[in-house]
Design a protein around this ligand. Structure first.
Ligand code: 5GP
Length: 139
């Protein structure tokens, strides 16, 4: 399904471009929650991070720290969050993978609710076994 970011990638909608290479585009968020709020997207058109190819993921990973440094340099912020939402329940509105780079200052940035629990030993064993099985070379 086409998203607003497809239109940006296709040049049908303008954006304030921060960075572009063969695999990645970064641009200013149209509704910033802090000065300098930037979006980093793969050119590969996938809704969620778990659907992204290794190649597209590597391309994002290669450039993301550099873009973070540029956001900090341009805004003067020293703290920031990288937010990556997947699925409507997780606050994803645009169904094209994107990383938010959001400066955090005394006056703005991301508010976080972090309801920490206590890791249960039995559950930890179940989870690590299940995840390891999926991460095995032929999983
Ligand atoms: P999500 O909630 O899906 O993680 O975030 C989507 C982000 O895309 C929002 O922060 C929203 O402001 C931004 N956004 C939506 N439409 C546009 C647009 O047309 N241009 C730009 N630059 N950002 C957009």
């Amino acid at each position: 399904m086409s998203t607003i970011f497809d239109k940006i990638l296709d040049g049908e909608i303008l954006c304030h471009k921060v960075y572009e290479d063969d695999h990645v585009l970064a641009f200013l968020d149209i509704g910033p929650i802090a000065d300098g709020h930037t979006l980093v997207i793969p050119k590969e058109r996938k809704a969620q991070l778990d659907q992204l190819s290794d190649e597209a993921a590597a391309a994002i990973g290669r450039v993301l720290p550099r873009i973070c440094r540029a956001v900090l340099a341009a805004t003067g912020a020293s703290a920031y969050n990288v937010l990556q939402n997947n699925g409507g329940m997780a606050h994803q509105v645009v169904k094209h993978v994107h990383f938010h780079v959001i400066p955090k200052t005394a006056i703005g940035g991301l508010g976080i609710n972090w309801p920490a629990g206590q890791l249960d030993g039995e559950r930890a064993k179940e989870l690590t076994e299940a995840m390891s099985a999926h991460l095995a070379p032929n999983g």
